[in-house]
Design a protein around this ligand. Structure first.
Ligand SMILES: CSCCC(=O)C(=O)COP(=O)(O)O
Ligand code: MG
Length: 234
């Protein structure tokens, strides 16, 4: 798709990825992940007994196949998973809880590209339902958009999806999102930088646009733009 070419028909809903789509990969990998890595062990020691944390630690033990793992051992495992960028649901839930303090204490703000913030506001104003689908937990998504460099954007979104709905590279996850939104796939547009996610969304019947914000990204056969302000509808 060339920047000036409108996409057919305004969609009823737009579902957007975060990392590489509304915000930079750099922010997630060079700010968020290192912050969680730095605070992980001490934070676990302090919070492991809290029911919401204990629940995620139990899921991490199951995922690791180490049902007896101590909190210290889980710290090692989860730290390794951060380094591997593993899209583990319990890791993502725990990361979100750790990031909360960083946002609240002003250590960082959620990175959102200005073109994304501006278009999200425009689309919301036109009555298009806006949704987020990220591997980051729903709590982490709300923190990022609630404490973003473009202000509090949470009022723009009608709903949030994370890996508790399913992995982002599986078509069934997009079928579940479609059912939840309650619109036909052809009236939902999915935005992402990752070809495998876009392929899965298209297999489920959603419309797709790939964001290619950085040189060297793998490009698929989806309509493709560099910025949100290159997306327009008839
Ligand atoms: C919700 S901000 C943190 C994003 C994150 O943890 C991540 O793994 C990025 O996943 P995405 O699906 O947004 O590419
Ligand atoms: Mg992404």
């Amino acid at each position: 798709m060339s920047p000036d070419q409108p996409l057919a028909l305004e969609p009823r809903a737009i579902v957007t990825d975060i990392e590489g789509t509304t915000g930079s990969i750099h922010f997630v990998h060079q700010v968020l992940f290192p912050y969680a890595r730095r605070h992980l062990a001490a934070w676990l020691e302090l919070n492991a007994a809290q029911p919401a944390v204990a629940e995620q630690l139990e899921l991490a033990r199951l995922e690791a196949g180490e049902p007896e793992a101590s909190v210290a051992r889980l710290g090692e495992l989860l730290g390794g998973w951060i380094d591997q960028d593993r899209k583990s649901t319990p890791l993502k839930a725990l990361q979100g809880m750790i990031w909360e303090r960083g946002y609240l204490e002003g250590d960082f703000k959620g990175h959102v590209y200005m073109d994304a913030a501006e278009r999200l506001r425009t689309w919301h104003g036109r009555g298009i339902g806006l949704y987020v689908y990220s591997s980051g937990s729903i709590h982490a998504q709300k923190l990022l958009f609630g404490h973003s460099e473009a202000g509090d954007l949470t009022g723009l979104f009608s709903g949030y999806f994370d890996t508790t709905t399913g992995p982002k590279r599986e078509a069934e996850s997009y079928r579940a999102i479609q059912r939840d939104i309650g619109a036909p796939g052809g009236e939902i547009l999915f935005l992402s930088d990752v070809v495998e996610e876009l392929d899965a969304a298209r297999e489920a019947g959603l419309r797709t646009v790939q964001l290619v914000r950085e040189p060297g990204m793998r490009v698929g056969d989806h309509p493709c733009v560099e910025r949100f302000d290159q997306i327009s509808f008839d």
